[in-house]
Design a protein around this ligand. Structure first.
Ligand SMILES: *[C@@H]1O[C@H](CO)[C@@H](O)[C@H](O)[C@H]1NC(C)=O
Ligand SMILES: *[C@@H]1O[C@H](CO)[C@@H](O)[C@H](O)[C@H]1NC(C)=O
Ligand SMILES: *[C@@H]1O[C@H](CO)[C@@H](O)[C@H](O)[C@H]1NC(C)=O
Ligand SMILES: *[C@@H]1O[C@H](CO)[C@@H](O)[C@H](O)[C@H]1NC(C)=O
Length: 354
């Protein structure tokens, strides 16, 4: 027998190779584990798409069919959150969705819209025969775009109706004068909607960016959801990774926790980038639907005045976000009312002082 000397041990070649093998195997195991951990971390710290892989794993574990006949799929967040709230109850996933449908761009009269949606009462709908999984407030910051509003109502109402949610629409209109302040109008919409009803979820919805696929659900989960992923006016792609404009959903608690939007952004743009920082600052991750579910049409308009001050506000948003938002909101509401298809709040939010 041939022997080798390894330190103090005398051993056979067989033992020697076995030991070397063991060292290799251990090494491979350790590096494999590290690699795996990095992969998992990388995947989960990236985008939270509703992807096939995560959905398959989760739905298998929950023993829920992976898709209904329209192929609707959801993330873990979705299900763990919704399961708590389901009390048999409206079908969930909703079972009469149409999938993708191009925007209907006809501008109908308000009278025919009201006529087409007789199930809406006082800007509100509740499924009559089942308990909806969530109560959702649709908040629309608005000014002087009557035709867009009509297109909005004609496209959005039937989609949420098919999703079997309880919902109310809140149009928050700013009187002319000061530059448009989308953030502050959204905060006002939140306060007004919550004082009207105890909603679970708010959707901040531009009047001119409209989902074209009803599998993109107007609903809230354990993280905010950005619904407007592929928007026509941005060539159907995300303009940048942190873009959260268009249509975004928050649970009541999430919106309160991040202190809503900043009130400081008068003029077009900036407030949504600041909002994204608030979301990250509170350790939330943005959830986005499958890209194809997130397709939205744009109802074109002349571009509003860009805010000249948006960089300035963004640069000190870290210090101000604790004091500036929902918790120091003051406004003067001039008029409030309930129309058949929406709640209406006219506000004077003063002038940008700079
Ligand atoms: C998900 O799976 C379906 C069919 O199983 C496939 O058609 C689709 O491309 C997949 N989507 C992604 C994002 O992988
Ligand atoms: C579910 O519905 C029943 C009957 O309407 C009601 O008594 C019960 O409180 C509900 N449960 C939950 C968790 O909402
Ligand atoms: C748009 O909607 C109206 C009202 O529902 C309908 O009468 C019209 O046919 C639709 N147009 C298209 C192109 O689908
Ligand atoms: C809210 O607080 C910010 C930061 O202190 C301030 O600039 C802003 O004017 C306040 N807004 C209102 C409506 O009081």
């Amino acid at each position: 027998m041939v022997c080798v000397k390894l330190g103090k041990d005398i051993m056979s070649y067989n033992t020697y190779y076995r030991r070397i093998n063991r060292i290799w195997m251990t090494g491979i195991l350790i590096f494999g584990t590290i690699f795996f951990v990095i992969q998992v971390k990388f995947n989960t710290s990236g985008r939270h798409w509703w992807n096939n892989k995560s959905i398959t794993i989760i739905l298998n574990n929950l023993n829920i069919p992976i898709s209904n006949k329209h192929g609707t799929r959801y993330t873990s967040g979705f299900y763990s959150h919704l399961k708590k709230n389901i009390n048999h109850s409206c079908a969930f996933p909703p079972d009469n969705l149409n999938g993708f449908e191009p925007l209907n761009r006809s501008v109908l009269s308000m009278a025919s819209l009201i006529n087409n949606f007789p199930f809406m009462k006082n800007g509100h709908y509740r499924p009559p025969k089942c308990t909806p999984v969530q109560k959702v407030a649709i908040i629309v910051p608005y000014r002087d775009r009557k035709d867009q509003l009509k297109v909005f109502l004609n496209n959005v109402i039937p989609k949420i109706h098919r999703q079997q949610l309880e919902f109310g629409i809140y149009l928050v209109q700013q009187v002319s004068g000061a530059a448009f302040n989308r953030g502050m109008l959204s905060n006002i919409g939140f306060v007004e909607a919550m004082s009207d009803m105890n909603y679970d979820c708010v959707v901040i919805h531009d009047v001119d960016i409209l989902p074209e696929d009803d599998r993109n659900l107007y609903i809230c989960t354990d993280n905010p959801i950005h619904m407007a992923v592929k928007v026509q006016q941005f060539d159907y792609q995300l303009p940048y990774e942190g873009f959260i404009g268009g249509v975004t959903t928050f649970s009541k608690a999430q919106y309160q926790e991040i202190n809503g939007f900043s009130n400081l952004f008068f003029g077009w743009g900036g407030e949504d980038d600041d909002l994204y920082r608030r979301i990250l600052y509170h350790d939330y991750k943005l959830i986005r639907p499958f890209e194809d579910f997130g397709i939205c049409g744009s109802v074109l308009h002349k571009e509003a005045l860009k805010s000249s001050d948006r960089r300035k506000y963004l640069s000190f948003s870290a210090e101000t976000r604790r004091m500036d938002g929902l918790n120091n909101l003051t406004y003067n509401s001039l008029k409030k009312g309930k129309k058949p298809l929406f709640n209406y709040i006219l506000v004077d939010i003063g002038q940008d002082n700079d």
